[in-house]
Design a binder for this molecule. Structure first.
Ligand SMILES: [Zn+2]
Length: 98
């Protein structure tokens, strides 16, 4: 078994599962019911994960899922203090800490 996909938005993971199953790859979802643990574990530990049964198909699986990695709508934000662009995962400006 090998993990081939994970995302904070379960919709994308279900979509990935559908894509692989449509190509006759056997997959399993993990963390499907761990949302209740949010706040106690690092956020990425709660992401829904897609695991592939046969490691031998991992390259095919990744190729099929490549379309899911196309740029998503940017949610970067600009600091009001110094105008620096910050990634969505930053709560504070990395440049001026505002
Ligand atoms: Zn700033």
């Amino acid at each position: 078994m090998i993990r081939v996909y994970s995302h904070s938005n379960p919709f994308f993971v279900y979509n990935a599962k559908n894509i692989l199953e449509a190509n006759y790859l056997k997959v399993e979802l993990r963390n499907e019911f761990s949302a209740g643990a949010v706040g106690e574990l690092p956020p990425t530990d709660n992401w829904l994960e897609l695991w592939l049964f046969d490691d031998i198909h991992v390259e095919l699986a990744k190729k099929l899922l490549r379309c899911l990695d196309s740029p998503s709508p940017s949610v970067d934000w600009r600091c009001k203090n110094c105008s620096e662009i910050n990634g969505e995962n930053f709560d504070f400006c990395w440049n001026c800490q505002q």
